[in-house]
Design a protein around this ligand. Structure first.
Ligand SMILES: Cc1cc2nc3c(=O)[nH]c(=O)nc-3n(C[C@H](O)[C@H](O)[C@H](O)COP(=O)(O)OP(=O)(O)OC[C@H]3O[C@@H](n4cnc5c(N)ncnc54)[C@H](O)[C@@H]3O)c2cc1C
Ligand code: FES
Length: 508
């Protein structure tokens, strides 16, 4: 253990944090009422400097995608990271702050099966929510059998990168797996890779797999996410037309880009716009088509929609908004896209990103909602022995009492963690605040909370300057905020929403 003098006591007031250096190790030094605390300076997700985030009592919130860590224990309190951050002993001697750095990082001894635990849990779906669920089962002491049916994806992938850095060529394939396969075997998680659930009978507690095997379970966690909607128009089966959900989809698209020059993106939602920017990075001519007049208008309002559109236009993206597709045309391979006004665009590559629907077609014995989602309570339970998490779950927003379904990475991770912990015997409820990010042409837009509609959007800062916070108000309360280039304040706002629910307008 080596000791480093990293600061003077007077350098920090109570409630302040600062990044300091202890030899080769970057430290986040924090001063609370009870003294100094030292943790790793970088977020365990993508290594953002935590000092640029927000310190709220003993929680530090990452500025980039709002992971939250305890500055006392280093524990990750909220995803999207997977691990905690290191914690270091600190002492103050004669007004000088000293941090101890161990020669070797502490060893982790993962918990696996316990022969006295006869329970079984089947987790269906190898995406975000499934991955967090299996980890949470073991982390919370579940010693029974864990069977994880992962579909085509194992190890689980960092899906948000698939439309951004991976597709644009900026992120290597090494960044894509969330974990090494050995992580799961060390925890005795039985992975059924390349295996699909074809039938789930919630009444009988049985799962049928595509290889003909039947599994019985005590408890199951359903995390099969959502599948991309297809476009019901002639020619949709032509070569050169893609959806984007899995790593395989993104790889195929990356390959197709090499021999393409004119791309059409159908859908001006988050996936469509991220794909458009990634295809521009490959120098393709890109046209985005969608029925709306302004991208994101329904979700974020016209000002932010115009901002995003302007950002894309500056970078050469073309738009044909206010239109739908009537057909794709070509001789085996797509060559043209015909619009509803009978105009035609040349295209040798098309990406369809028009939304998703919950992947729940194979379930019997529980009620599915009109959109295919499953209704859960705050503990993520559908019934006593079935949990549903992630994109397919319709869950109560504790701030409004309304049932909502959101397609956000961090929410899926939070759901998975809660379900895994509860199956293990805990009693956790969803008390988070939905959070979403999108990154386009170097700008990150953050969205916190949930507002399906609003009476007014109030701006602090100027969306035209791409530095602002937007408050979505309904009946005088802030239901959601969106913002750019104001990361620290946005992280603080999320923390306020987490503690107080809907915020009073005048208090912000
Ligand atoms: C390209 C892309 C980019 C995104 N970017 C962002 C972003 O920047 N920020 C953000 O907040 N959110 C983003 N999202 C949304 C986010 O990824 C999802 O909300 C999140 O992945 C949902 O997690 P999930 O576990 O519910 O579903 P998924 O991650 O979709 O996982 C479901 C898994 O279940 C498998 N499966 C389906 N049916 C079966 C079956 N019958 N049997 C076995 N397995 C099955 C699927 O193959 C898949 O592996 C993005 C989504 C996509 C597709
Ligand atoms: S880098 Fe910290 S949450 Fe992503």
């Amino acid at each position: 253990m080596a000791g480093f003098n990293v600061a003077r006591e007077a350098d920090l007031s109570i409630g302040e944090m600062k990044q300091v250096q202890a030899g080769q190790t970057a430290i986040l030094l924090v001063r609370l009422e009870d003294g100094f605390h030292a943790v790793g300076a970088l977020c365990s997700h993508y290594e953002a400097p935590l000092a640029a985030g927000a310190l709220c009592n003993d929680r530090v919130i990452c500025p980039w995608h709002h992971a939250c860590f305890s500055v006392r224990s280093g524990e990750q309190l909220d995803p999207p990271g997977l691990d905690g951050i290191p914690v270091y002993p600190v002492r103050v001697v004669n007004g000088e702050v000293w941090v101890e750095i161990p020669e070797q990082p502490a060893k982790i001894f993962p918990s696996g099966r316990n022969s006295k635990d006869s329970r079984s849990c089947v987790v269906m779906g190898g995406g975000c929510a499934g991955a967090y669920a299996v980890e949470a089962l073991r982390a919370n002491g579940f010693g029974g059998q864990v069977i994880w049916i992962t579909g085509e994806e194992f190890p689980p992938v960092d899906r948000p990168l698939l439309s951004k850095g991976f597709l644009s060529g900026e992120a290597s394939e090494q960044w894509i797996p969330l974990r090494d396969p050995g992580f799961y075997s060390a925890r005795d998680i039985e992975v059924r890779r390349e295996s699909w659930v074809t039938h789930l009978d919630a009444g009988k507690r049985t799962v049928l797999l595509d290889d003909g095997h039947t599994l019985n379970y005590d408890t199951a966690i359903l995390a099969t996410g959502a599948v991309a909607r297809s476009l019901p128009v002639p020619g949709v089966e032509l070569e050169g037309i893609f959806n984007l959900h899995s790593l395989d989809d993104s790889k195929k698209l990356r390959d197709a880009v090499k021999s393409a020059s004119k791309a059409v993106v159908v859908g001006a939602g988050f996936i469509g716009m991220e794909v458009a920017q990634s295809l521009r990075k490959h120098q393709l001519e890109v046209t985005v088509i969608g029925p709306e007049a302004i991208p994101f208008e329904r979700v974020l309002g016209p000002e932010i929609g115009e901002l995003v559109r302007g950002l894309h236009e500056e970078n050469g993206v073309l738009f044909r908004l206010g239109h739908t597709i009537s057909a794709f045309e070509g001789d085996g391979k797509v060559q043209q896209v015909r619009l509803d006004d009978d105009s035609v665009l040349e295209a040798d590559l098309v990406v369809v990103g028009i939304g998703v629907r919950p992947a729940t077609d194979f379930i019997v014995g529980v009620e599915r909602q009109a959109d295919g989602s499953l209704m859960v309570d705050a503990t993520m339970k559908v019934t006593d022995d079935l949990y549903a998490v992630g994109d397919l779950a319709r869950f109560p927003d504790w701030r409004t009492g309304k049932l909502i379904r959101v397609e956000h990475w961090r929410v899926a991770a939070q759901h998975g963690r809660i379900a895994g912990a509860n199956v293990a015997g805990k009693d956790h409820s969803y008390r988070g605040v939905p959070y979403f990010w999108t990154r386009q042409f170097g700008q990150t837009l953050h969205y916190i909370g949930h507002a399906e509609d609003w009476d007014e959007i109030r701006f602090n800062g100027d969306p035209k300057a791409r530095k602002f916070i937007a408050y979505y108000l309904k009946a005088g309360k802030v239901h959601a905020v969106a913002g750019m280039e104001r990361e620290q304040e946005l992280a603080e706002l999320e923390e306020r929403m987490r503690r107080r629910g809907l915020l009073e307008v005048n208090s912000e």
